[in-house]
Design a protein around this ligand. Structure first.
Ligand code: AMP
Length: 176
């Protein structure tokens, strides 16, 4: 079983690294951001509710998020493992549903570098205001997660400032 979490701020490169690690390990990436953006595109009540939250740069409700993730991880393609990108965002979510990660990688990138990278990404929700809202939420609620996984002994810190390929090799070296 390879139950892996990549944790890092917006623009830390976690989606890119998740994809590369997914190809190397042969397990799927489960990205909550992607799941929510897909749901937000639907005309259902749930879709409209999620779109409003995403447009405001806020987090989706912890219980709803946990239920959506739990269902996703029950699917066939996740039975040998998965690379999680975006869940949990806080300890409340872990209390609702704990994916039992074997390894948690923290991609450490400076704020300065993050702002530089996000301004060239050009996604619809990457306005300076929304970037700032998300970084504020991140530092408030995500840092306790790092402590939680450090205590569990599954946390591995990765220097996320270098080249994509070098960071990928650093991640891979944990599976040799
Ligand atoms: P991301 O692609 O990770 O930047 O996520 C985009 C948006 O999806 C976030 O700004 C949140 O509104 C929502 N989202 C993603 N993951 C979570 C989560 N674990 N809990 C709550 N909201 C989430």
């Amino acid at each position: 079983m390879k139950r892996i979490l990549l944790i890092g701020a917006q623009g830390s490169g976690k989606s890119t690294q998740a994809k590369l690690l997914s190809e190397f390990l042969g397990v799927p990436v489960v990205s909550t951001g992607e799941v929510f953006r897909n749901l937000a595109a639907s005309e259902s009540d749930e879709g409209k509710m999620i779109k409003a939250i995403l447009d405001a740069g806020k987090l989706v409700d912890d219980k709803i998020t946990s239920e959506i993730v739990k269902k996703r991880l029950d699917e066939d393609d996740c039975q040998n493992g998965f690379i999680m990108d975006g869940y949990p965002r806080n300890l409340e979510q872990v209390n609702y549903f704990d994916p039992q990660f074997d390894k948690v990688f923290y991609l450490n990138v400076s704020d300065e570098e993050i702002i530089k990278r996000l301004s060239v990404r050009g996604r619809e929700d990457d306005t300076p205001e929304l970037i700032k809202t998300r970084l504020d939420i991140y530092s408030e609620v995500t840092v306790p997660l790092l402590k939680h996984y450090q205590k569990q002994g599954v946390l591995v810190e990765i220097d996320g400032m270098g080249q994509v390929e070098k960071i990928h090799q650093d991640l891979r070296s944990n599976f040799l």
